[in-house]
Design a protein around this ligand. Structure first.
Ligand SMILES: [Zn+2]
Length: 225
């Protein structure tokens, strides 16, 4: 009789503990879900769809010969996707165009405006691969002479919303993704291991998770506009 009571009580206790731990599991997962969402590398992997960014690549030419090789372009795109993958963003080539003669060297404000005519607001990111890039008289924009993110800030209707990036002939493979970072809203960063540092060197630079979130917001706004 005593044993039977003990057994029944024990069975009840086990059942109560199971219910209780289930409650705890539910409660803790209920708390953890929002935490996971704050971590872009986890939330994007499990929940968010990949944002694909089409690139229209314009290759400058001299005497009808392209001034950049497809290999250089591929390396820059591979490097960009390596950095963007943790945030579920991918850049893909939409189209490659050869530019007319006369755009191998982009140095003056006038040159930057002239190439804007080739960068209509068509849902793609326009990338110009030129031989030489200098920022003579450029008050704003990237200080580096190997890459540039240009956005029109004036009042001319024909140039409204126009923006593009330029990569020079001596740019490292990280320049394209650095400029795409600017295009999607990132400022410079001081860390040598950060892709948004002008001081970056070597193959190991990354975006922080905070930068990844900013880029993702920028990319979503870009494809949705
Ligand atoms: Zn920059």
């Amino acid at each position: 009789m005593f044993n039977a009571v003990i057994r029944r009580w024990f069975a009840w206790l086990v059942a109560a503990l199971v219910v209780c731990s289930a409650g705890v599991a539910e409660a803790s997962s209920g708390h953890k879900v929002p935490d996971l969402r704050q971590d872009p590398t986890k939330s994007t992997r499990s929940r968010a769809a990949t944002i694909k960014i089409p690139l229209t690549v314009h290759i400058a030419a001299s005497e009808e010969h392209p001034l950049a090789t497809l290999r250089r372009l591929e390396q820059a795109i591979e490097r960009a996707n390596e950095a963007l993958r943790p945030f579920q963003i991918e850049v893909v080539i939409h189209e490659i165009r050869q530019m007319p003669e006369g755009f191998g060297s982009i140095t003056r404000r006038r040159d930057r405006r002239r190439i804007a005519q080739y960068a209509p607001t068509d849902g793609s990111v326009h990338v110009f691969m030129v031989d030489n890039l200098e920022l003579r008289g450029g008050r704003r924009g990237d200080r580096s002479v190997r890459g540039l993110h240009w956005r029109y800030r004036g009042v001319l209707k024909r140039l409204r919303q126009r923006e593009y990036v330029v990569v020079s002939g001596d740019a490292p493979a990280t320049t394209l993704v650095h400029e795409i970072g600017h295009l999607f809203g990132l400022p410079h960063h001081d860390g040598e291991q950060n892709l948004m540092c002008s001081c970056r060197r070597g193959p190991l630079q990354i975006f922080t998770s905070g930068q990844g979130q900013t880029i993702r917001r920028g990319a979503a706004a870009f494809v949705g506009r």
